[in-house]
Design a protein around this ligand. Structure first.
Ligand code: SF4
Length: 186
């Protein structure tokens, strides 16, 4: 998996902080129902960029966790156990129907900033389902003899393509998907 520089991580975390502030200003409230983390039950997919995935996964052990497509592995007893590292989708989307349009605007702006960062820093842009990265991360642990310094996840890891959706490298298509994932929460 790509190794993010400390400078890039600081920029992504600054974006998270700015987004959290914007979300707070909207007044939307999370009731901690845990719905948004149970993907199959609520028929939606959490998409995130590779930079977000690296922050989410880098300090977590996946070797002893079963990857279940139905749920995020970081939800425990209905609560998020990766709160400080959770990606934009987890921060921005809420169940409140009256907030949906605003959430789409916030998501679009935040993703545009990450894409711009990738462009400026000559980093690959990738936008894919959470389970794409979970399998990639687990495979990297299961196959430690393989190099994990290559910047391309596809080139460094064997992925179970049947279990994974294809990553999305196009921003407009990615944004369409980010809009879709909020709808089942209504
Ligand atoms: S990272 Fe946290 S908020 Fe996001 S899907 Fe997983 S448990 Fe839910």
């Amino acid at each position: 998996m790509m190794r993010m520089s400390p400078e890039i991580e600081i920029k992504i975390r600054a974006l998270y902080a700015a987004v959290d502030k914007i979300i707070a200003e909207t007044g939307v409230v999370c009731r901690a129902s845990g719905k948004c983390c149970r993907f199959v039950e609520y028929d939606h997919t959490l998409f995130l960029t590779s930079l977000e995935a690296e922050i989410l996964l880098k300090n977590r052990s996946m070797s002893t966790e079963t990857i279940d497509p139905a749920i995020c592995p970081f939800q425990v007893n209905g609560l998020c156990h990766a709160r400080e590292d959770r990606p934009l989708g987890c921060r921005i989307f809420h169940c409140d129907p009256s907030y949906q349009n605003r959430s789409h605007e916030i998501m679009e702006d935040a993703l545009s900033q990450i894409k711009q960062l990738c462009h400026e820093e000559n980093l690959p842009w990738k936008y894919a389902p959470l389970h794409y990265y979970l399998h990639a991360f687990k495979d990297a642990i299961d196959q430690p003899q393989e190099s994990i310094s290559d910047p391309s996840i596809e080139n460094e890891l064997k992925l179970d393509q049947k279990a994974l959706s294809e990553p999305d490298n196009n921003l407009s298509s990615a944004l369409q998907k980010s809009l879709q994932i909020s709808l089942p929460l209504l």
